[in-house]
Design a protein around this ligand. Structure first.
Ligand SMILES: [Zn+2]
Length: 367
């Protein structure tokens, strides 16, 4: 081989290596990225947080380890949903959830529910009460009323059933008599009734779940009508603690939330799946609201762990949500939310303690 052809051969070799490496992409992309959330999660864990709103269908040693590492207690909320095969049957859900609670070493609590699809049965309320009392005896701390009341289930006359129907009253009285808490998810974000809005934090949910997008559906109850029914329950049951989950479905108006909290001393809210609405509001307004109503806001996420969930992905998601929420409420760091720069509220420590822990214990005794 001449020195010229050796040079050509070397050049070709280098070129081939370069092409090969290029085809492989940057090698660091496949390696796990070191998380900058570690310090944030340590601060979160130090407050012994309680997440009052999760949906879990199974556990796993790595999941349990995460709960322990974060000093985290979560409340698993059951719902009856006839469109979801995991949520169609009530008793198997209760049995599974009680098993999760028992195996969790105190890290998981239960919010049970009752079967609103049985609304037209003559023994509807009596059956619900019997079942709830059994669940309370087994340790359930709260009861969920889901959005299918108001937005899905119709009575035998074809009318949507609403939360203030007299048939529900004995159930509410029973929950209050046992000192338990009612978690109400009534109605949906405004955008469910409005024009499509890609900028709304909930819009992608309706693209994936069009059955809950109700704009222009003839005969469908207005959001106001559904929330008015919820308010009647608040007024009729002053001894019943009611947590309006998802910011009480008043996610666009802190003024509206504030006037409800002022009017109904038995009312509190959770932040589940609506934190982004707070993040996108003027920070000084949100700070002033959270400081004024520091005894009435419970931290919740709506995170889930589905039966077929991939555990490593789930742990990554849960921890990134906890880190994001802590950064927003507890630090002055900058976050990117829906492409916007958002500044953390840096709330005072005593307020953080209430939102992330103490309010949960006060509003949901037993947590
Ligand atoms: Zn939920």
């Amino acid at each position: 081989m001449t020195s010229f052809s050796r040079t050509i051969a070397r050049l070709l070799f280098v070129l081939l290596i370069a092409l090969y490496l290029d085809a492989q992409g940057p090698t660091s992309a496949s390696a796990p990225k070191p998380t900058d959330d570690e310090a944030t999660l340590r601060a979160f864990a130090a407050i012994h947080p309680i997440d009052v709103h999760v949906h879990i269908f199974k556990t796993d040693p790595a999941f349990q380890k995460m709960l322990e590492r974060l000093n985290l207690k979560v409340m698993d909320i059951l719902v009856m949903d006839d469109t979801n095969h995991n949520r169609k049957q009530l008793q198997p859900q209760i049995n599974d959830a009680l098993g999760l609670v028992r195996s969790s070493g105190g890290h998981i609590a239960l919010c049970t529910t009752f079967d609103p699809y049985k609304f037209d049965n003559a023994s509807f309320a009596a059956d619900a009460i019997k079942q709830l009392d059994r669940d309370f005896a087994n340790g359930a701390l709260a009861v969920k009323l889901w959005k299918n009341v108001g937005m899905e289930i119709k009575d035998k006359n074809g009318q949507y059933i609403l939360a203030d129907d007299p048939k529900f009253e004995p159930i509410y009285k029973d929950i209050a008599a046992h000192g338990k808490t009612l978690m109400t998810h009534q109605a949906e974000p405004d955008v469910a009734w409005g024009p499509p809005d890609a900028a709304d934090p909930s819009w992608s949910y309706y693209q994936e779940n069009p059955q809950w997008y109700v704009a222009h559906r003839p005969g469908f109850p207005s959001k106001q009508k559904i929330l008015d029914a919820r308010d009647h329950v608040l007024a009729n049951n002053p001894k019943l603690r009611i947590v309006g989950v998802h910011l009480g479905s008043m996610e666009r108006s802190l003024e509206n939330i504030a006037s409800h909290l002022d009017k109904y001393p038995n009312f509190a809210i959770d932040t589940a799946a609506r934190m982004e609405y707070l993040m996108l509001m003027p920070p000084e307004k949100v700070s002033a609201f959270l400081i004024k109503y520091q005894d009435r806001v419970l931290y919740g996420t709506d995170l889930d762990l589905d039966p077929d969930a991939n555990i490593p992905d789930t742990l990554t998601e849960w921890q990134s949500v906890y880190a994001r929420d802590w950064k927003f409420l507890a630090t002055g760091e900058t976050l990117t939310v829906q492409g916007k720069q958002v500044h953390g509220l840096n709330l005072p420590r005593p307020v953080l303690r209430k939102i992330f822990r103490d309010n949960a214990i006060r509003w949901i005794p037993g947590l």
